[in-house]
Write a protein that binds this ligand. Structure first.
Ligand code: ADP
Ligand code: MG
Length: 272
């Protein structure tokens, strides 16, 4: 992206009216240190706005920086520089305790490796975040709605191992939404699922946005998954290369190819 476009985006983001964006990243840079080796620049000045009540998909090849971006947006990893806002809250103003509270109360996480607890029933898994936070924080109407929509009917009292991979993923979505988060951050939510199970998960993420008033920020390598979002952001080598609203799958694929050819592999090592 050109310097001018980036400056314009930054201006637009800075002028955002309250409540318009569930999350914003402005000029975010992030390097990962490697033991004994040079730092890896995963994000090199990313501007991204997630309008409230939409689903935004970040798409890019493996190593593009998608997971790093999601971790920064969720306050799991501090950025090296730049601004990150969840709603109107700037993450850099929060101490560790406030950040933990923000993650618990305002963000839903669906991350690879966040498996269900084998010893608990599916229902206990789904309600675990609110149970840990203390009952009464979320109204029963919301919990029932989430469990009804996402939980595998008739199998709520089973253990996770008795479910299909698709059902387990849906239960993990329910667990991420049970606290009624302002934003659901979902890293490769359909990875490892067959087409049908992936479609069911995507339909539920759409439902969370259209019927349940949530906002979703997701990352994927799959153009089909991205085409189900409202906005697609193309990430390559730690930079936003393109954006697309109301995408269709064919257009996503075309832009992906264009982004990839416009951004040949660069040196990724930070100079330090
Ligand atoms: P993606 O999710 O798009 O595959 P990542 O955000 O996982 O991309 O990674 C971006 C870059 O940062 C890659 O080069 C990756 O190897 C590197 N990276 C990610 N996490 C770490 C880490 N914890 N330590 C060192 N390098 C990392
Ligand atoms: Mg990743």
């Amino acid at each position: 992206m050109s310097r001018t476009t980036s400056a314009l985006t930054r201006k637009a983001l800075g002028n955002a009216s309250p409540g318009r964006f569930a999350a914003r990243l402005i000029g975010v840079r992030k390097s990962h240190r490697t033991p004994g080796g040079p730092a890896v620049e995963a994000l090199r000045g990313v501007d991204l706005a997630v309008p409230t009540g939409t689903m935004v998909a970040v798409i890019g090849p493996s190593g593009a920086g998608k997971s790093t971006l999601l971790h920064c947006a969720a306050g799991l990893t501090p950025a090296d520089s730049g601004g990150i806002h969840v709603g109107e809250t700037s993450l850099s103003t929060l101490n560790e305790r406030a950040l933990t509270r923000l993650r618990r109360d305002r963000i839903g996480l669906l991350l690879p490796g966040f498996d269900l607890v084998p010893a608990l029933t599916v229902r206990e898994n789904i309600t675990l975040p609110v149970d840990l936070a203390g009952r009464g924080r979320v109204d029963a109407g919301w919990s029932n709605r989430v469990i009804t929509a996402f939980g595998p009917a008739n199998r709520l009292d089973r253990r996770p191992r008795e479910l299909t991979p698709g059902e387990r993923r849906r239960a993990a979505c329910a667990r991420a939404l049970i606290g009624r988060p302002e934003i659901l951050i979902a890293d490769e939510p359909t990875a490892g699922l067959d087409t049908r199970a992936a479609d069911e998960v995507l339909a539920l993420l759409r439902l969370a946005v259209s019927d349940m008033g949530r906002t979703v920020l997701t990352a994927t390598r799959d153009p089909y998954v991205a085409s189900r979002a409202d906005i697609v952001v193309f990430l390559g080598d730690g930079r936003v290369l393109d954006r697309l609203s109301a995408p269709d799958q064919h257009e996503v694929l075309l832009r992906m190819r264009r982004s990839e050819s416009a951004a040949p592999a660069r040196h990724r090592r930070a100079e330090r």
